[in-house]
Design a protein around this ligand. Structure first.
Ligand code: ADP
Length: 401
């Protein structure tokens, strides 16, 4: 079975075609600048690739590019479109409606649409992606929705409520949902596998550290708390996002600078975090390089990040009543070993001990247990693979149809 995995954004769409017989990636690529020109990149598992400027006015035209690439004589990986057995879509916001992956029908599309107010940019684009996929691949190809929020749906109410008047929860469904669920699910399950234990017997803290970052506390395979909230802005500082703040800061700055809600939203989401503090870049590599050259604000941004990660881990150890394993994943978690080192060295109190040399070497997609045999908590670096989870869920649902 071959499964096409789609991650549709408002102006971009990523895809991967996965052969489920051995879970290998046959091809992957991205349609960029949809509706504003258009650029298309395609790469096959055996290393053939091309990229080109091509006008894509909407998601349907983007899907046509994907279809053509997959079937192309020189760069293709299938002979006939019927070889694509199913399509799995990444959906950011599943709200309280979807607690697991589901086969897509009109009712599901309506459900995803009804959640657009909670994730305006994302869910709108996902619906466009689903409809465009039906147009180009045909209505007979089963489509599956895999939600970023679903893994977090086990959180108890005390963890997901915000202490604002209850009516806003009832009226607008304002609560913590959490994101990156597919990644937290993948790495926590992989962690249990690597430990040779049933996940039901483990307390795991997973740190997904990328442009967007979140940390999750998982007890027996079930999320009990996570750092992102109603939106992916909550938690701790990220590339350009603030993470949580004293809420009064928002009204204070809005009043002083005469900024509208939309302008405040932009500042909090796009101008803050690493970029806002360092003034250098949102990218951890640039900020780390600047810090090494003595840039004080870059150093501060890094100290703040490491401190926040440490505080979240500490509070989740308390919430879990212990911790068997700590996992680092995503761009920063998988590559920026110095943050892992700082955080883990600060956790001596908890009996954490890592092999510094092994930690340094574990980058660029390597998977390893970086803690020593003496460590009271096992520490892992596990490259995330959200696409594979989406493909596996899609296969399972389609086979059990
Ligand atoms: P996203 O949240 O957009 O998926 P990523 O998980 O790709 O982001 O993480 C991007 C971050 O990872 C950037 O801050 C970048 O500096 C950092 N990073 C460090 N080393 C690497 C690397 N070798 N490859 C990719 N990202 C890296």
């Amino acid at each position: 079975m071959k499964v096409l995995v789609i991650n549709a954004g408002s102006s971009s769409m990523k895809y991967q075609l996965i052969d489920m017989t051995d879970e290998s990636v046959l091809a992957k690529g991205i349609c960029e600048r949809i509706g504003a020109g258009g650029h298309f990149k395609h790469k096959t598992g055996d290393g053939r690739s091309y990229e080109t400027d091509v006008v894509m006015d909407n998601h349907t035209e983007a899907f046509i590019q994907i279809k053509n690439a997959l079937l192309d004589e020189k760069y293709g990986v299938i002979k006939d479109l019927s070889e694509v057995s199913a399509v799995g879509h990444r959906i950011v916001q599943g709200g309280s409606l979807f607690s697991q992956s589901t086969l897509i029908d009109e009712k599901v599309i309506e459900g995803i649409e009804s959640l657009i107010p909670l994730a305006p940019l994302h869910n709108q684009a996902h619906v466009q992606g689903i409809r465009a996929c039906m147009e180009v691949f045909g209505k007979d190809v089963p489509e599956v929705a895999v939600f970023d929020t679903a893994f977090h749906s086990t959180m108890p109410q005390k963890a997901y409520m915000y202490p604002i008047p209850y009516e806003y929860y009832e009226k607008y469904a304002i609560r913590r949902y959490g994101f990156h669920g597919t990644s937290h699910r993948y790495v926590s399950n992989r962690c249990a596998e690597l430990m040779g234990k049933d996940i039901k017997d483990l307390k795991i803290i997973t740190c997904h550290l990328g442009n967007g970052s979140s940390i999750t506390a998982i007890d027996g395979g079930k999320v009990i708390d996570t750092s992102m909230g109603l939106t992916p802005l909550d938690g701790f500082l990220m590339g350009t996002r603030t993470g949580s703040l004293d809420p009064s800061i928002v009204t204070f700055i809005a009043e002083k600078e005469k900024l509208s809600p939309a302008e405040m939203d932009y500042m909090l989401n796009k101008k803050s975090g690493f970029l806002g503090i360092s003034g250098v870049s949102s990218d951890d590599r640039d900020v780390s390089a600047a810090a090494e050259q003595g840039n004080e604000r870059a150093k501060l941004a890094i100290e703040m990040l490491e401190y926040e990660i440490l505080k979240f881990i500490g509070s989740y150890i308390a919430a879990l009543g212990g911790c068997d394993a700590l996992v680092f994943t995503a761009g920063i978690g998988e590559n920026q070993y110095s943050h892992r080192e700082k955080v883990c060295h600060q956790m001596k109190y908890y009996g954490v001990e890592i092999d510094d040399e092994l930690n340094k070497k574990t980058i660029h997609g390597a998977e390893a247990k970086i803690s020593t045999p003496n460590s009271k908590i096992d520490v892992f670096v596990i490259p995330t693979n959200e696409e594979l989870v989406i493909a596996r869920d899609t296969k399972a649902l389609v086979e059990n149809k």
